[in-house]
Design a binder for this molecule. Structure first.
Ligand SMILES: *[C@@H]1O[C@H](CO)[C@@H](O)[C@H](O)[C@H]1NC(C)=O
Ligand SMILES: *[C@@H]1O[C@H](CO)[C@@H](O)[C@H](O)[C@H]1NC(C)=O
Ligand SMILES: *[C@@H]1O[C@H](CO)[C@@H](O)[C@H](O)[C@H]1NC(C)=O
Ligand SMILES: *[C@@H]1O[C@H](CO)[C@@H](O)[C@H](O)[C@H]1NC(C)=O
Ligand SMILES: *[C@@H]1O[C@H](CO)[C@@H](O)[C@H](O)[C@H]1NC(C)=O
Ligand SMILES: *[C@@H]1O[C@H](CO)[C@@H](O)[C@H](O)[C@H]1NC(C)=O
Length: 422
């Protein structure tokens, strides 16, 4: 009798051991079975399980006293990265010559650190939201170069070590692919591009430096011009590490996954990482009917799928996650309901579809291996490996799996000891 219980105990110990080794390979044995990824885990946890660095969101300090909003924003399972929606733009961060205002982005950076989230930074050289002294100043090539150098050096130095990535130059192109007639282009021609990237790189050699723009996804001529822009920066010997596709889309007019993958691959071929940097998908008729609500869900999934399909796509940032704070209705009257959560913080069908899609992908994604790297979608580029090792979200998901393993082992050991002493 005792012998029988001892063999039962040994059986259980061996079952426990098998369980542990299976856990270590999770998520994602090659068969894709036995995954821990569940659609209710949160978007960031699922993106990380699917091999990406983050699901992020734009946020501002005026959101901080909205408790219902912050309960979601502070949840690292939902969001692994913050980007300041406005407070690093020129008019806010250097409103007057040599007057820098870091308080708001500092508090977003501090909150990200407290939550164990990444921090993405936005933006340095941009024609819009400029203070009058820049937009309407009288500049020569030399004085404007000096101004850009001072601006970028001060800000990038201030956030050195905190910013995973900077949108160094934003929206330098017209929709027809010509260079936008900004104060920078009018005064300096294209020289402001390599200058901006070079100065940013000197101030923080570890930040990933991006060119960021909109409508590259829908306008082939503009995409061609962005490819040429990247080549121009590279030919000038300036560092550029990534391309940000803003991904401000419309329900029913969102580019399909195939075309978004092909677009990204044009920049991957130039050695760049890619990201969807400001994702939202607006309804064109309000309130949306049930067909449009379903279409929004499909459109969101299509964009997420396009990131997962490209190894160099590092992650996705939502341009706010709740309709309560979306920029769309004020900028484009008649459009709206573009986010994954409603204005009262209910998850939309689009949220559920994205979460289910990610959970399925995570199940088929090789998990972290012995070298502690994320499996699946993220290539071992300097970007991905350097940051993912330190990625809090990644550490978190590893920790969760370990905790579960430990818990199971302890329970089984206790059970075995009880049986043996019985
Ligand atoms: C620059 O001047 C133009 C023309 O007066 C004006 O419309 C514009 O708002 C000014 N820009 C800024 C940023 O002050
Ligand atoms: C391209 O677009 C800009 C801005 O709309 C316009 O000023 C310019 O004339 C256009 N150029 C061509 C060649 O169409
Ligand atoms: C995807 O979109 C592109 C560009 O609009 C189009 O040419 C292509 O047929 C579409 N592919 C699918 C599978 O719908
Ligand atoms: C639902 O809304 C879309 C977008 O406005 C519209 O094209 C479509 O006709 C509507 N469908 C029905 C059944 O009302
Ligand atoms: C939240 O908003 C949605 C539509 O935006 C509505 O259907 C739902 O009833 C609201 N829920 C609450 C609790 O107010
Ligand atoms: C772990 O992942 C890295 C990066 O993807 C890969 O180079 C390495 O061969 C993998 N190691 C094992 C043991 O699978």
């Amino acid at each position: 009798m005792l012998i029988n219980f001892i063999s039962l105990g040994l059986l259980l110990v061996s079952a426990a051991t098998t369980g542990v080794s299976a856990q270590q390979n999770k998520p994602g044995s090659s068969s894709g079975t036995g995954t821990q990824a569940k659609a209710d885990q949160g978007l960031n946890a699922l993106m990380v399980a699917a091999g990406k660095l983050y699901m992020g969101t734009a946020i501002e300090t005026n959101n901080f006293n909205d408790a219902a909003y912050m309960a979601i924003a502070n949840d690292r399972n939902e969001f692994g990265l913050y980007v300041p929606e406005n407070s690093q733009k020129w008019e806010e961060i250097q409103p007057a010559v040599n007057t820098f205002s870091f308080a708001a982005p500092d508090s977003i950076d501090a909150l990200a650190k407290k939550n164990g989230q990444m921090f993405r930074c936005h933006t340095l050289t941009w024609h819009s939201q400029l203070p009058t002294f820049v937009a309407n100043g009288t500049w020569t090539k030399d004085t404007l170069s000096a101004l850009i150098t001072t601006h970028i050096t001060n800000i990038v130095t201030h956030y050195a070590g905190s910013c995973y990535a900077w949108d160094v130059v934003n929206e330098a192109l017209n929709d027809n692919g010509t260079f936008r007639s900004s104060v920078f282009f009018r005064t300096m021609g294209t020289d402001f591009l390599p200058l901006s990237f070079t100065v940013a790189s000197k101030a923080d050699p570890n930040a990933k430096l991006y060119y960021n723009d909109f409508n590259l996804e829908t306008l082939p001529r503009k995409a061609d011009a962005a490819v040429a822009l990247v080549k121009l920066v590279q030919a000038a010997g300036a560092p550029i590490h990534g391309i940000g596709f803003q991904a401000h889309f419309r329900v029913g007019q969102t580019p399909n996954t195939t075309s978004l993958v092909a677009l990204q691959n044009r920049f991957v071929a130039l050695g760049l990482d890619t990201t969807f940097s400001e994702l939202d998908i607006a309804h064109t008729s309000l309130p949306p009917n049930s067909t449009a609500i379903e279409r929004q869900a499909q459109d969101y999934v299509g964009v997420v799928a396009a990131c997962l399909a490209v190894q160099r796509c590092v992650g996705i940032t939502l341009w706010q996650f709740s309709d309560k704070y979306s920029w769309i209705p004020t900028t484009f009257p008649g459009l709206g309901d573009a986010c994954l959560w409603t204005a009262n913080f209910t998850k939309k069908p689009a949220y559920s579809s994205v979460a289910s899609f990610l959970a399925g992908k995570a199940a088929a994604t090789p998990g972290p291996n012995a070298s502690g790297r994320p499996g699946g979608g993220v290539q071992s580029t300097p970007t991905s490996t350097a940051f993912s090792a330190a990625s809090p979200a990644f550490a978190m998901s590893g920790g969760g799996a370990k905790g579960l393993m430990l818990c199971k082992s302890v329970l089984l050991s206790v059970f075995v000891v009880v049986l043996l002493s019985w």
